[in-house]
Ligand binder design. Structure first.
Ligand SMILES: Nc1ncnc2c1ncn2[C@@H]1O[C@H](COP(=O)(O)OP(=O)(O)OP(=O)(O)O)[C@@H](O)[C@H]1O
Ligand SMILES: [Mg+2]
Length: 245
């Protein structure tokens, strides 16, 4: 297994990134590439550094060492809005939609974060992707938790991103909603070369998505392979003991 295998045409390149918080090494030499159109999952126990890794890509946290580049451009030092305008769209762990605005209005607001030269999809196309045409004119605050999560993914799609970063998109979802989210991620990634990186704890999601999986443990990448390959590793079994791994 070749951890963090390099691809010369990488869209996202994370090179030996480390980050300390006081005495804690949250990221320790993290090194991997994501190709255009690629889908991959990042798994690992609570506190292993998954969200911090996203933060170093999107400009919320600066890497202490190493570098992150997107489409050949170094991201270190850019503010989150500048990274977003390069085509990196991110969904945070907690759903954050505008509750008083309708679904359609939420998608409209999201377009303001898009890159200036992006060819943005029509609202109807996004509504169809997230299967929410029936609630387009309902206030987002009335949606179920699962549908709020999908609306947020729709808000990323409305920006025509080149890379989507999803942090635990199925948290709090029912089993059926989780499987529908697998289909949603499959449907929208790869299209026009859009890559998608999903941090997930739910092994049903990771197994069903059947994509490349990176395993993090205490700030380090310890495995990179298919779900079938990584699920056999003692580190994964240990990390997900009690979970369905
Ligand atoms: N801004 C910060 N200041 C101090 N410590 C931080 C900060 N951000 C993260 N940490 C610490 O870094 C470690 C990694 O946190 P991170 O949120 O990246 O983990 P995670 O893998 O996303 O966990 P979870 O699965 O619970 O979401 C944790 O010990 C966390 O407390
Ligand atoms: Mg996290």
């Amino acid at each position: 297994m070749n951890i963090g295998a390099r691809d010369s045409g990488a869209l996202l390149r994370v090179e030996r990134v480390s980050r300390d918080f006081g005495g804690l090494r949250a990221l320790d030499g993290v090194d991997f590439d994501v190709a255009a159109g690629e889908v991959l999952c990042i798994i690992g126990p609570n506190g292993c550094g998954k969200t911090t890794l996203f933060n170093t890509v999107t400009g919320q946290v600066r890497p202490g060492r190493g570098r992150v580049s997107f489409d050949g451009r170094e991201l270190s030092g850019l503010a989150p809005d500048q990274v977003a305008r390069l085509g990196v769209a991110r969904k945070f762990q907690m759903p954050s939609v505008f509750e008083d605005l309708t679904v359609r209005e939420n998608l409209g607001v999201a377009r303001f974060a898009a890159p200036a030269n992006a060819r943005l999809p029509a609202a109807e196309a996004v509504l169809s992707d997230i299967a929410m045409g029936d609630v387009a004119d309902e206030p987002a605050g009335t949606l179920s938790h699962g549908r709020k999560q999908w609306l947020e993914i729709g808000m990323l799609l409305a920006q025509a991103p080149r890379l989507m970063l999803l942090d635990e998109p199925t948290a709090g979802m029912t089993g059926a909603e989780t499987m529908a989210t697998v289909e949603l991620v499959r449907r929208v990634s790869g299209r026009s070369g859009t890559a998608c990186v999903v941090v997930e704890h739910d092994m049903r999601f990771v197994e069903a998505l059947d994509a490349r999986v990176l395993v993090m443990l205490a700030g380090r990448l310890v495995a990179d392979g298919s779900f079938a390959e990584v699920r056999r590793l003692p580190a994964v079994r240990e990390a997900y003991l009690g979970r369905r791994a």
